[in-house]
Design a protein around this ligand. Structure first.
Ligand code: ARG
Length: 266
C-alpha cells in the first residue's frame, strides 16, 4: 500500500502505452514501520483463498477492543459474487513481515457488515470482526467520535498503514508500511470523483487524502487499514482511481459517520 509510488497515472492495463517521462518518475511515498510501535494494526488473512506466500494477507484492520477489529466492508465483497466468505479467515497480530511466522493468527468468530453498506456507492464501508480469542495484552486504538469534524479539516496530517501494493502494478509489500498524507478538501475530492467511471465522492461518509502532486497513497491490499489522526482511528482505506495519482486522492471511510453504529457492536 502505501504506494510509494508515484505518479503512475497510467491505467495498469495500458502498459503498452507510452507514458510521459514525468509519469514514470518514481517518488517514494512511505516507509517500513513495525507492529511493535503500532500493535493494534492487524492483517486479514485467508490462506485458502490467497495462498500462504504472504500469509494469505488481503486487507488491513485495527484492533479497537481486545476482541474486535474494525476494517472495510468491501474486504468481504467481490464484483462478480457480491458478499463472499473468506475461507479460513484469520486476523494476524504482531507480524510485520508477511513472509514470516511471527506474532499470532487468530480465528474470527463473526463478521458484522454495516447494515447500510453499499458496494455500488462505496458508502458505509465498514465491518467489525469478532475474534475467537481476546488479545487482552495488546494496546488498542481509539475510535473518533460520531459527528466529529475537527480531525477531518483540510490539510490535517494523517498516517495510513498497510501491506498493499507499493507501485500500483501489483507489487504487494511483504512488510508493513506507513505513509503520511494530508486531508484533501471535500470540494476538491468531489471534483476528482464526480461519479461515473471514477466513482462518486460523498463527504457524508467519506474523506479523501493525498498530496496535490500525487506520489503518496494507499493502494490495492491496503483496504480496511487504518487512517490515524492524533492517535485515533478516523478513516479506513476504501477506494480510489489508480494509486498515488495527482488528480485522484485516496478515499477513506469517514469513521465519524459510522462510529455509533460500530460502537453498538463492540
Ligand atoms: N479497494 C482497495 C483495496 O481493496 C483499496 C484502494 C485504495 N486506493 C487508493 N488509491 N487509495 O485494497
Amino acid at each position: 500500500m502505501l504506494a510509494l509510488l508515484a505518479a503512475v497515472p497510467v491505467p495498469l492495463v495500458a502498459l503498452g502505452t507510452a507514458a510521459p517521462a514525468e509519469a514514470q518518475r518514481r517518488v517514494v511515498g512511505g516507509s517500513a514501520v513495525s507492529t511493535a510501535d503500532h500493535p493494534w494494526i492487524v492483517a486479514l488473512s485467508s490462506r485458502q483463498q490467497f495462498g500462504s506466500g504472504r500469509s494469505g494477507q488481503f486487507c488491513g484492520g485495527a484492533l479497537v477492543t481486545p476482541t474486535k477489529v474494525v476494517t472495510a466492508a468491501h474486504c468481504f465483497y467481490d464484483e462478480a459474487r457480491g458478499r463472499v466468505d473468506r475461507p479460513g479467515l484469520k486476523v494476524i497480530v504482531g507480524r510485520d513481515d508477511m513472509r514470516g511466522t511471527s506474532g499470532r493468527e487468530v480465528a474470527v468468530r463473526s463478521v458484522w457488515i454495516h447494515p447500510d453498506y453499499s458496494f455500488a456507492a462505496n458508502m458505509n464501508d465498514v465491518a467489525v470482526l469478532t475474534l475467537a480469542e481476546s488479545q487482552g495484552a495488546l494496546p488498542v486504538v481509539e475510535l473518533v467520535g460520531q459527528g466529529e469534524t475537527e480531525p477531518y479539516a483540510a490539510g490535517t496530517t494523517t498516517q495510513v498503514y498497510g501491506w498493499g501494493d507499493t507501485t500500483g502494478r501489483g507489487d504487494y509489500s511483504p512488510v508493513l508500511r506507513g505513509v503520511s498524507v494530508p486531508v484533501v478538501p471535500d470540494q476538491v475530492c468531489a471534483q476528482a470523483y464526480p461519479g461515473g467511471q471514477d466513482g462518486r465522492f460523498d463527504a457524508r461518509g467519506m474523506v479523501c487524502a493525498g498530496e496535490e502532486r500525487g506520489g503518496k497513497d494507499a493502494c490495492q491490499g491496503d483496504s480496511g487499514g487504518p487512517m490515524i489522526v492524533d492517535g485515533r482511528l478516523v478513516g479506513l482505506v476504501s477506494w480510489g482511481t489508480g494509486c498515488a495519482e495527482a488528480a485522484h486522492p485516496g478515499v477513506y471511510t469517514r469513521v465519524s459517520s459510522v462510529a455509533d453504529a460500530v460502537r453498538s457492536v463492540l
